[in-house]
Design a protein around this ligand. Sequence first.
Ligand SMILES: [Zn+2]
Length: 130
Amino acid sequence: MGGSERIFRSAPPLMGEMLLKCPACESTLKETEVNFSGRRFGCPTCGEELYVPRSYSARFVVGALFISALLCLALGLRGIALYLATIALWFPILLLELILLLRVLPPPKIKMSHPRTRDVAPRDPANRNC
Ligand SMILES: [Zn+2]
């Protein structure tokens, strides 16, 4: 127990243990209840309309392209072959990334589609002067 327990504590969370919380009611959401692609979804507990910022999935897309290019470079590909292989490998790497990294990376910040202005003074976005 002792020593190995400490290692396990720093290990990435296993499937289903990802801490996703509804910002409205603070209830824990299951991975399967969250739409990671940026589409809106309803909280199963309170019904609040929620979404994951698109920057979260964009990170994966850019990351996959980077890994793909590095892999092709490591394989010795250059020029047009490098370009084509990067595109071809990009999607499978993106899928792998989503499967693996979703368990390792910090969970996305789930946001409310219609944030309540309980603590903040209500502000009309149309009247905002920049
Ligand atoms: Zn909720």
